[in-house]
Design a binder for this molecule. Structure first.
Ligand SMILES: [Zn+2]
Length: 318
């Protein structure tokens, strides 16, 4: 067992046991097994639209400071449902079944203390988690990038083989991957055509990944009032190599979110959406969404290609 003293079997067992005692989780997992989906091809990648009414909490989450202060934090232990029991990880996080899943196996891993969502000082934890539960992809949504609890640090994880960015990676990399820097121990790169800007790092050395990530963090813009660049991060481990994807953002929600009537789209993209599985809580959105709208929305929330190019030039100087 790794230093986090958990593994993928623990995670699978947790979800199984929680389903047997927690009716809400079991109901939502069963609904997911019958969920309606629709495929839309974007740059040759099959993006899955998922009609998932339970995700309304996240898609329409109100996350302004006042509203956050006035609600009870659902990730704090004292406010969690009595049935929701987790596994403490390294004394720092607790592994929980996500009661509103998008993945067939979907975990939420909040910090044991109520502290703001930030990746600063926590990248190594993310790498350790990805190695510990290596049948899962671990991901992080920045505070204004899809996280519905920006006041309480948490990672999430879902089973591998679900988001195209992960399970189709070798095809995607072959079609549109560009190496930005490479030596015997690390590869830094980016995707050339995916509508959302994507940087990635591959290495078996944790310290080299941390170095590349820190440099990228310094190159990405920090927008007004934020404490870190807006981004989504995903990570997998395939012994002995980690793969880290960094998806830089410039806005939380696309203009379509604020439209009215037929033009409105209830979507607040996070790591899962931008990796190719888009949960849509409303049937009308699920039926109407077009490929062009998906491309437009991914581009709106992403860093521009000019900025991405500028950053690549600096990043390769690592
Ligand atoms: Zn909390």
């Amino acid at each position: 067992m790794n230093k986090f003293e958990i593994d993928s079997d623990c995670a699978d067992r947790l979800i199984r046991e929680q389903r047997s005692v927690w009716a809400l989780l079991d109901k939502n997992c069963q609904a997911l097994e019958r969920v309606e989906t629709r495929i839309v091809f974007v740059e040759g990648v099959p993006v899955t639209l998922q009609f998932n009414p339970e995700r309304i909490r996240s898609a329409a989450a109100v996350i302004d400071r006042q509203s956050i202060q006035n609600r009870k934090c659902f990730l704090c232990e004292e406010n969690r449902p009595a049935e929701q029991v987790g596994i403490t990880v390294a004394g720092k996080y607790v592994m929980l079944a996500n009661p509103y899943p998008i993945f067939p196996k979907h975990l939420t891993m909040p910090s044991v203390i109520h502290t703001p969502q930030t990746i600063c000082g926590r990248l190594n934890d993310m790498l350790d988690l990805a190695r510990a539960i290596d049948r899962y992809i671990v991901f992080y949504n920045g505070p204004r990038c899809g996280a519905s609890a920006p006041d309480h640090m948490h990672f999430q994880a879902g089973n591998k083989g679900f988001v195209p960015l992960e399970y189709l990676w070798s095809d995607i990399y072959r079609e549109q991957g560009e190496a930005v820097y490479r030596d015997g121990n690390i590869l830094l790169g980016r995707l050339e055509r995916w509508p959302q800007s994507v940087f990635f790092v591959e290495s078996g050395q944790m310290d080299r990944i941390a170095e590349a990530f820190d440099l990228l963090l310094r190159l990405l813009p920090v927008l007004n009032g934020d404490t870190e660049p807006m981004m989504n991060i995903l990570c997998t481990y395939e012994a002995p190599v980690w793969r880290l994807w960094i998806l830089p953002r410039r806005t939380h929600r696309p203009t379509q979110y604020y439209e009215e009537g037929d033009k409105q789209r209830l979507i607040s993209p996070g790591a899962i959406d931008l990796s190719g599985v888009v949960p849509l809580p409303r049937k009308s959105d699920f039926e109407r969404f077009t490929k062009e709208e998906i491309i437009d929305i991914f581009m709106q929330v992403s860093l521009t290609s000019e900025e991405t190019n500028r950053i690549c030039k600096e990043w390769r100087k690592i």
